[in-house]
Design a binder for this molecule. Structure first.
Ligand SMILES: NC(=O)c1ccc[n+]([C@@H]2O[C@H](COP(=O)([O-])OP(=O)(O)OC[C@H]3O[C@@H](n4cnc5c(N)ncnc54)[C@H](O)[C@@H]3O)[C@@H](O)[C@H]2O)c1
Length: 420
């Protein structure tokens, strides 16, 4: 039998991790159904799958699904602060080649990605496109073997589309993020709930009565805005897209610029996928005791260099909560070093929502394994996969829906029928 190679914080945490993975698995019925199917079919026999994705209990269920389908799996984290060390230990014990621990330095983070590439993957799975970009820039020899890949998040899809446009993308990628059964639920309800969870775990402050500024009213932003409104916050949205801004207004939120919101907000959360959304000039206008958090993919949405430059001192209050005292004596509190607060300060999305995102991942990886000669482009998730995931989820939730009658099917397919 092949030996598993790994580097994790502490292999002795494996039994704790196993319990967490079991807990997630109980709440992932769709992925489990796919896993049973893979066990019988072995669609990944002879395949190595290389994944760079948050190492959480739900990811463990996905990796076990691939292993059940016959794959050799190599995994690293896609964020230096999001790995659940117990889960990494459990995966190593179960035979997954895992390179991940919480609090990696940037060098360690890329060392882990390179270890995954050393396993010679045929299919890659990314969350943020760091694996794909490392392969394309530093490990070009790996390109020859890679058949295709998938991408989990909005920021990764944006990067990959830019690569495609520049003619730099060398293998096909399926944008799992863009499946309806992914972003409508994962980005909205998953990020919505878990971002609030992260803020509460880091601060244990009351949401009710706070002026809560949400920067970016995309799928994640609207989830956060919805949830904190439900908890009694007064929500202010900032946007750059006029349609999204209008939508936020009609959804009943106050919309203004970050400049104006700066002096009003008690809590700020960025979720734009953009850079330097909250800068020095905004921080200098903020009230005393303001909380700053980010739920976008990279830690660049709140300018930490700006914060450092205007601070006269800083100290760590408790895990994931750092106090910056500014030269104007006001204190700003940065959560989880500006990294995605829901994964760094909480546990990421609930298992039920990852059930759908990862069912898409599993079926898309199978699709890539079976397809040949796909062009090096960014592809949508095939509609039959998206629909299948929705149907399986509804079935697991014991929800029935109607079916079109033959008459209805014909009626909606014709253009001749009009006013009666
Ligand atoms: N925390 C998580 O677990 C998690 C989950 C899913 C996605 N994400 C990440 O969250 C980010 C947002 O994802 P999404 O799916 O909501 O994307 P989206 O494209 O639906 O929304 C982003 C919104 O931000 C707006 N925006 C861009 N620059 C802005 C600026 N300077 N000021 C205000 N608004 C601005 C855009 O107009 C857009 O409406 C991405 O980085 C994505 O990868 C995180």
């Amino acid at each position: 039998m092949k030996m598993t190679d790994f580097k994790v914080k502490d292999p002795h945490l494996a039994s704790q991790g196993k319990l967490l993975v079991e807990w997630a698995s109980i709440h992932m019925p769709v992925l489990n159904q796919i896993k049973h199917q893979f066990e019988k079919e072995k669609p990944f026999k002879g395949f190595t799958i290389g994944a760079c994705i948050h190492v959480t209990k739900e990811t463990a269920v996905l990796m076990n699904t691939f292993a059940a389908g016959g794959a050799n799996v190599a995994l690293c984290g896609c964020n230096p602060l999001s790995t659940q060390d117990e889960v990494a230990a459990a995966l190593a014990k179960q035979g997954i080649n895992v390179y991940a621990w919480r609090n990696e330095t940037t060098d360690e983070y890329y060392w882990c990605i390179n270890k995954v590439i050393d396993h010679k993957p045929i299919i890659t799975i990314d969350d943020g496109a760091d694996l794909v970009s490392t392969v394309h820039v530093k490990r070009k020899e790996a390109l020859e073997r890679i058949k295709g890949g998938t991408e989990e998040t909005t920021t990764g899809v944006v990067r990959l589309r830019a690569m495609e446009k520049a003619g730099a993308l060398k293998y096909p990628i399926i944008a799992v993020n863009d499946a309806y059964t992914k972003y409508l639920f994962d980005n909205r309800y998953g990020t919505g709930q878990s971002t609030v969870d992260g803020i509460i775990r880091a601060t244990n402050l009351l949401i009710a009565g706070k002026n809560f500024v949400v920067c970016g009213y995309g799928w994640c932003g609207r989830g956060i805005a919805l949830r904190v409104r439900g908890m009694g916050a007064s929500v202010i949205v900032t946007e750059v897209d006029p349609v999204k801004a209008l939508e936020a207004v009609m959804d009943g939120f106050r919309v203004t610029t970050i400049d104006k919101a700066s002096s009003i907000g008690d809590v700020f959360v960025t979720t734009t996928g953009d850079i330097n959304v909250i800068r020095k000039e905004h921080m200098l206008k903020m009230k005393d005791n303001v909380i700053l958090a980010n739920s976008g993919h990279f830690n660049v949405e709140i300018s930490i260099p700006d914060l450092e430059s205007i601070a006269s001192s800083k100290r760590k209050i408790r895990p994931n909560l750092e106090e910056y005292t500014l030269q104007n004596r006001r204190r700003l509190y940065l959560l989880a070093e500006g990294r995605l607060v829901n994964l760094a300060a909480a546990e990421g999305h609930p298992s039920e929502v990852m059930d759908m995102s990862f069912a898409n991942q599993a079926l898309c990886v199978k699709y890539l394994a079976q397809k040949s000669k796909m062009k090096p482009k960014v592809y949508k998730v095939p509609m039959e996969i998206d629909n299948l995931v929705a149907r399986l989820k509804l079935k697991a939730m014991d929800v029935e829906i109607d079916t079109l009658t033959e008459e209805q099917r014909k009626y909606i397919a014709t253009w001749e029928a009009g006013t009666v």
